[in-house]
Design a binder for this molecule. Structure first.
Ligand SMILES: [Zn+2]
Length: 154
């Protein structure tokens, strides 16, 4: 958990990453940094319906990120992404995958757009580009507006 948070904090020092998360590259990252280092920012939810989730409506001042059991397991899904040609790849470590999940949930909290239910890739692909410098694409069956259910980062 701390390793993943540390990776996310480090990535957020990059303006491209802040823009991918908040929609505003010039935004002060201190509220994000403060949120992630606040012991109250995360809670555990035993539901297996997602890797992580945030309540709706989201509010940076009061919302928590809920972490589900799969967040803590080294499941391939938690760190995988797809090349523009649709080939599967994975981030170098489980902690990097967890950092991507944290950034994904933060983007929800910042209300920086939304993605179709069950299709995390529109968010993940912009975060992979802005935060990790990775050009990512969509797996077969998941276009930018697809609502296929099959991925559980919500
Ligand atoms: Zn999501």
């Amino acid at each position: 958990m701390d390793e993943a948070t540390g990776i996310a904090l480090n990535l957020l020092t990059n303006a491209d990453c802040r823009k991918a998360v908040t929609g505003n590259a010039k935004g002060d990252p201190s509220s994000l940094l403060g949120f992630l280092t606040d012991a109250e920012a995360f809670d555990f939810n035993e539901s297996n319906s997602a890797i992580a989730s945030t309540p709706n409506p989201f509010d940076i001042a009061t919302s928590n990120i809920s972490l589900h059991p799969d967040f803590f397991e080294a499941s391939p899904e938690s760190r995988q992404y797809f090349t523009p040609a649709g080939k599967v790849r994975q981030l170098g470590s489980g902690a990097q995958g967890r950092a991507l999940t944290i950034l994904h949930e933060l983007r929800h909290i910042y209300k920086n757009g939304n993605h179709p239910v069950g299709n995390r890739f529109p968010f993940d692909n912009e975060l992979l580009k802005g935060c990790f410098g990775i050009d990512a694409g969509y797996p077969k069956g998941f276009g930018p507006s697809s609502t296929n259910i099959g991925t559980r980062r919500q």
